[in-house]
Write a protein of this length. Structure first.
Length: 109
């Protein structure tokens, strides 16, 4: 049981990393081709449905990837139970705020 759980977490870390790399290559390609230099051009780029969806997948992948990494760090290095619980809750709260903030930005364009 523990092995399959650890394998799923390891795989999730790799999949989210791959999704973020694909997004970075995609956005890099778009920026190379379009050369957006003005606010209006950037706004138009991120107003398209496919770019919003891709950016949302990126943000959610980033949050999940960060959570998996921070969870491992907290398990390995923070031994006192109270400190572990407090830090874990702070990380979850921070990541949730960043995710909601990113979504608000995406859908306010």
């Amino acid at each position: 049981m523990v092995k399959s759980h650890a394998l799923r977490l390891w795989l999730a870390q790799r999949i989210t990393g791959a999704l973020m790399a694909i997004y970075a290559l995609m956005v890099g390609s778009v920026l190379y081709v379009q050369h957006p230099t003005e606010y209006g051009t950037w706004k138009a780029l991120f107003s398209t449905g496919w770019m919003r969806a891709a950016t949302l997948v990126f943000v959610l992948s980033l949050v999940w990837h960060a959570w998996l990494g921070m969870h491992d760090i907290l398990i390995d290095y923070v031994k006192p139970a109270l400190a572990h619980r407090i830090l874990k809750n702070l990380v979850v709260l921070s990541l949730a705020v960043y995710a909601v903030w990113s979504m608000r930005i995406l859908w306010s364009i």
